[in-house]
Design a protein around this ligand. Structure first.
Ligand code: ATP
Ligand code: MG
Length: 228
């Protein structure tokens, strides 16, 4: 598997605090890579750094061979990098319809609206409802609709299944698996079992460094810092 996204010795943090102490990741093309680890390990910070929301203080980041370390968030997004953030993926005061209108910015994206309703039929019956009044699962479906409309090259998913019923999680992860046929996915998941079933490659992060890299089958419990 060739790597699409490569992080080398990435350091990043907030203010005086360094959170990532030299992270090395190789994210294969058109596959699912899972990033696991305890609360506070630096998983969300890693995704934010890849999206350009948190600057790299040292180290580098390449995307399909090109150094993108200094690229702005905007440029990354124009090149097809999309982050679905932890529990903040929708505009709560807008209706479902208006959220979808914000996500679909051009004709090509608007033309994919049927993909959204095929994947998540419930959203079609909720078009005039405020997104903030949807159930947690419906909100996450709406957040994932952005992905179906925009068809990113690199999809960064931060705990899409957080707090959701197993059935909804299964639906969302099925959509992720479908997307990964022609999209590179880096996902952070709380349900380790689901993540391992879906992932082609697994990384475990602990206190800002990678402590495991390999295939899901190689990851055998005990000593790894996965307890949540
Ligand atoms: N905006 C911020 N300002 C200051 N510190 C932050 C900020 N965001 C995260 N941190 C700190 O950085 C560290 C790593 O946080 P991060 O959110 O990346 O962890 P995580 O692995 O995603 O954890 P969780 O599983 O709880 O989501 C934590 O100690 C956290 O308190
Ligand atoms: Mg997090």
């Amino acid at each position: 598997m060739s790597a699409d996204l490569v992080l080398t010795g990435l350091r990043a943090g907030y203010g005086a605090v360094e959170v990532l102490h030299g992270v090395d990741l190789a994210v294969p093309a058109k596959a699912v890579t899972a990033l696991l680890g305890r609360n506070g390990a630096g998983k969300s910070t890693t995704l934010a750094a890849v999206a350009g929301l948190v600057p790299a203080r040292a180290g580098s980041m390449t995307w399909r061979g090109e150094d993108i370390t200094g690229w702005s968030t905007r440029r990354r997004s124009q090149e097809g990098v999309l982050l679905v953030p932890e529990r903040r993926g929708v505009f709560p005061d807008l209706t479902v319809r208006d959220n979808l209108a914000v996500f679909a910015v051009d004709d090509a994206e608007r033309a994919r609206m049927n993909d959204v309703f095929a994947a998540f039929p419930v959203l079609e019956s909720r078009l005039d409802q405020r997104a903030g009044s949807l159930s947690g699962g419906e909100q996450q479906m709406l957040a994932m609709s952005r992905v179906l409309l925009q068809r990113p090259q690199l999809l960064l998913l931060d705990e899409v299944s957080f707090g959701l019923a197993p059935q909804v999680t299964a639906l969302l992860l099925h959509v992720v698996a479908e997307l990964a046929r022609d999209c590179t996915v880096l996902l952070v998941e709380q349900y380790i079992e689901d993540a391992l079933r879906l992932a082609d490659v697994v990384y475990v992060l602990d206190r800002g460094t990678v402590v495991f890299a390999g295939e899901p089958g190689e990851l055998r419990g005990g000593s790894l810092p996965l307890a949540r």
